[in-house]
Design a protein around this ligand. Structure first.
Ligand SMILES: Cc1cc2nc3c(=O)[nH]c(=O)nc-3n(C[C@H](O)[C@H](O)[C@H](O)COP(=O)(O)OP(=O)(O)OC[C@H]3O[C@@H](n4cnc5c(N)ncnc54)[C@H](O)[C@@H]3O)c2cc1C
Length: 444
């Protein structure tokens, strides 16, 4: 049965199917014009006849042909320069960061949202998110995380608040892939409780003298510089901290341990000590005492990046599970034919799409200058929980094969577990959400 449009609309007399095709191509054209926000096509005459309000954002509303073009060029690098070597790097528990970052830097991947004066492309944050989604096609979690550290976790504060001299010295070579960056926030005694870090930097003449230690530092064994969060005074814990660019070859910097982990194996994780490390005070990012605030802002981008990076990973694992279970026969039928299996995979796919919608909405609001702390925290919380569901359910359907090192699903099961812990644990996300809801009890 076909539904025919009546009345005075431009589609009068057409079938619903023909109308949908015309509406879609018109929508696509208008979305492709610029960054594709609904404010653009809301003015189009067609939509006036059908919609009272803007439709919700979808993947295509955030991404234009330009986003897709960047993703496609990155995909070629992933297929030729990264994925063929991932197994080897996982085995070695390290990947060659300098070599890979140089390739990515030359392709413009490390600085899509950093300013053009320092080698970036100066594009809005949605492009960083598109890159993060594409990095999810790398066949492990460790390498994408290390790349994200370089492009989007250790560098946003420097990019936004650093002096021109500092950006030329540290940001430009990072964007070019000539140096490796890391982020030093967590300490052995202060992970979730960032305000409680003990590392301190004391002014002496034109220098800071830094003492203390950092724990769990991604890229730490290979890094050339660290974006360091340190106390610079003894005042209130949210106002006594600063971010400093710390060259890792400085005398007194000691990488004492490469930490052995259950997952994210190709990404190196270090424990680092500082003993009377001297750095020029001009290496301070922005203003002294603003480090905690800068880091909280930096965390927003890290969290949105983290969510984006697992979307493709989840989709790939679900698809591989569909492929495997459709050819694996037990009790005379493919495993996939059991309703409990195909319904579960459909449900998980739906959840991934919901998460993508939340992320894209959050990113759209962020680009428009809104405070997205609550939404970014919700997305990070949901992503941490969803990867656990996807990896656990899918692994189950692979049976014994899922318990081997030979399949992607088991690596994803190990790697993705970090998302509920790193960059702010689930409970930290819940506390932030509660705070924004006004239901977090205040401490006396
Ligand atoms: C592989 C890896 C890479 C990392 N990379 C970096 C890096 O590059 N740079 C960096 O600075 N840090 C890095 N981290 C550190 C990471 O951010 C911390 O591990 C994380 O913030 C948790 O801190 P913690 O490990 O000290 O756990 P703790 O702070 O000791 O927390 C333990 C647990 O307590 C629970 N919890 C926390 N807060 C609450 C609460 N309010 N209510 C109830 N329960 C709560 C949570 O379940 C949490 O997992 C990395 C960690 C790992 C494992």
């Amino acid at each position: 049965m076909s539904w025919v449009v009546e009345g005075t609309s431009p589609f009068q007399g057409q079938t619903a199917a023909a109308m949908a095709v015309r509406l879609c191509s018109s929508l696509q054209r208008s979305l492709c014009k610029k960054r594709g926000r609904f404010t653009e096509w809301r003015h189009e005459s067609l939509s006036k006849h059908f919609y009272q309000t803007a439709a919700p954002q979808t993947a295509s509303a955030l991404y234009t042909q330009e986003h897709q073009a960047i993703r496609e060029s990155l995909r070629k690098i992933i297929d030729t320069e990264i994925n063929p070597y991932v197994d080897k790097w996982e085995e070695a528990e390290q990947f060659p960061a300098h070599q890979i970052f140089k390739i990515l830097g030359q392709a413009g991947i490390l600085g899509v949202s950093h300013p053009t004066e320092y080698g970036g492309s100066g594009l809005d944050f949605s492009y960083t998110i598109a890159v993060a989604e594409e990095l999810g096609n790398i066949r492990c979690g460790g390498v994408p995380m290390a790349i994200g550290m370089q492009s989007s976790m250790a560098t946003p504060a420097l990019s936004r608040f650093g002096s021109d001299e500092l950006k030329r010295q540290f940001l430009a070579p990072t964007v070019a892939g000539d140096v490796v960056a890391c982020l030093g926030v967590s300490e052995a005694g202060a992970g979730s409780d960032v305000a409680n870090i003990k590392t301190n930097a004391v002014k002496k003449g034109d220098d800071y003298i830094i003492n203390g230690s950092k724990m769990w530092i991604t890229n730490g064994c290979q890094a050339d510089w660290m974006c360091l969060l340190t106390n610079t005074s003894t005042g209130a814990s949210h106002k006594n901290k600063s971010l400093i660019c710390l060259p890792m070859k400085s005398p007194g910097v000691q990488i004492t341990k490469k930490i052995k982990k259950i997952g994210m194996k190709s990404s190196d994780t270090a424990q680092i000590f500082f003993e009377d490390v001297r750095v020029p005070s001009k290496y301070l990012i922005g203003e002294e005492g603003m480090g905690f605030l800068y880091q909280m802002l930096q965390f927003q981008e890290e969290r949105m990046w983290g969510v984006a990076s697992v979307l493709s990973q989840m989709e790939n694992v679900i698809q591989e599970t569909v492929n495997y279970t459709s050819q694996r026969k037990i009790f005379n039928q493919p495993v996939l034919n059991n309703q409990v299996v195909h319904f579960r995979l459909a449900e998980l796919t739906t959840e991934v799409e919901l998460l993508r919608s939340l992320l894209h909405r959050t990113v759209g609001l962020y680009i428009d200058g809104n405070d997205v702390t609550k939404l970014a925290s919700m997305a990070k919380l949901k992503a941490g929980r969803l990867v656990r569901e996807v990896s656990d359910s899918c692994l189950q359907y692979w049976g014994g094969m899922g318990f081997t090192d030979e399949v992607n699903v088991s690596r994803f099961y190990r790697d993705s577990r970090l998302l509920s812990i790193g960059g702010g644990a689930d409970e930290v996300m819940l506390a932030i959400i509660c705070k924004y809801m006004g239901i977090l009890p205040t401490k006396k």
